[in-house]
Design a protein around this ligand. Structure first.
Ligand SMILES: Cc1cc2nc3c(=O)[nH]c(=O)nc-3n(C[C@H](O)[C@H](O)[C@H](O)COP(=O)(O)O)c2cc1C
Length: 242
C-alpha cells in the first residue's frame, strides 16, 4: 500500500494500528513500563468528549492483592489472568459541575469569552440538572417539546439514565483511544464487559456515581493470544448512505 501523508499524519501508520489491534486473550509476562502506561492514558484522555467535560476515570490496578480480586471479578477470564496491567475504565455522572468550573479556570483564553462563560455557567447546568423529584426535568421536557415544534433542539438530560448514557458514551471513546495507544506502543489489550460490576466497585471503593464501562486487560500479545482471524459482518448491513 502506498504511503499517504496528510498534513504530517501518516495514514498507513494509523491503518496499521487499527488493523493490528485485536482482542488478545493471552499475554506474555513482559511488563508494560510505567512511562508507556502514562503515555497511553494521556492519549486516552485526548478522546473527543462532549463539552470537554471529561466524565472519565481510569483505575490502573497495581496492587497484587487488588489484582488477584480483580481477576476473580473478571470471572477468571484468561485475558485478565495473564494481563500485565488491568484497568477499570469508569464513567462519572457527578463530575460535570466541578469540571465545568475547572474548564473556566483553565480555559486557554484568559478570561474566557462571555459566550464560553455563559455556556458553562448556564447551558451546561440546564442540560444536566433535574431538580427535586425531577420537577425540573418535567419543565425541561415541556419546553423542549414546545421549542421542537418550531426548530430543532437537542434533548437535554431528563433522567439519571440519560446522564449515565452521556458519561458512558464519552468514556467508551477514551477506552478506545487507550487500546489504540497501547497497540501503537507495541502492546495489546482486551476490553472486557464480562465482570461483576458491584464486586469490582466494592474492590476499588467506587461510589454510586461511578460506573465501570469496561475492564481492559493489557500486555504483550502471546503467540497464541489470538483465537482466530479478525472478521466482521458485511458493511452493507451497517452502512447507509442516505
Ligand atoms: C464492550 C466490550 C466488551 C467485551 N467483553 C469481552 C469479554 O468480557 N471477554 C472477552 O474475551 N472479550 C470481550 N470483548 C472483545 C470482543 O469479543 C471483541 O472485540 C470482538 O470479538 C471482535 O474481536 P477483535 O476485537 O479482535 O476485533 C469485548 C469487547 C467490547 C467492546
Amino acid at each position: 500500500m502506498t504511503k499517504v501523508q496528510n498534513g504530517g499524519v501518516n495514514l498507513d501508520a494509523f491503518r496499521e494500528v487499527v488493523e493490528s489491534r485485536r482482542s488478545v486473550r493471552k499475554f506474555t509476562k513482559t511488563p508494560i513500563p510505567d512511562a508507556v502506561m502514562a503515555d497511553c492514558l494521556r492519549l486516552a484522555m485526548l478522546a473527543p468528549n462532549s463539552s470537554n467535560l471529561q466524565p472519565w476515570e481510569f483505575y490502573v490496578i497495581d496492587s497484587d492483592a487488588k489484582r488477584a480480586c480483580a481477576i476473580k471479578n473478571c470471572m477468571n477470564q484468561n485475558a485478565a489472568k495473564t494481563a500485565a496491567r488491568l484497568i477499570a475504565v469508569v464513567a462519572r455522572t457527578d463530575t460535570w459541575h466541578d469540571n465545568a468550573k475547572r474548564i473556566l479556570n483553565e480555559y486557554p483564553i484568559n478570561p474566557p469569552p462571555k459566550k464560553v462563560k455563559d455556556y458553562y455557567n448556564k447551558v451546561v447546568p440546564l442540560d444536566f440538572l433535574r431538580g427535586p423529584l425531577s420537577m425540573m426535568s418535567l419543565a425541561k421536557w415541556g419546553s423542549t417539546q414546545a421549542i421542537r415544534r418550531f426548530t430543532p433542539i437537542k434533548s437535554p438530560c431528563y433522567t439519571f439514565d440519560d446522564v449515565k448514557n452521556w458519561a458512558t458514551n464519552n468514556t467508551a471513546l477514551a477506552a478506545q483511544n487507550l487500546m489504540l495507544a497501547l497497540r501503537a506502543h507495541g502492546f495489546d489489550s482486551c476490553p472486557m464487559g464480562g465482570f461483576d460490576e458491584p464486586a469490582m466497585k466494592a474492590l476499588l471503593n467506587l461510589a454510586d456515581d461511578h460506573h465501570i464501562v469496561m475492564m481492559i486487560a493489557a500486555g504483550e500479545r502471546a503467540d497464541d493470544g489470538i483465537y482466530h482471524d479478525q472478521f466482521r459482518l458485511t458493511s452493507r448491513q451497517f452502512v447507509f448512505h442516505v
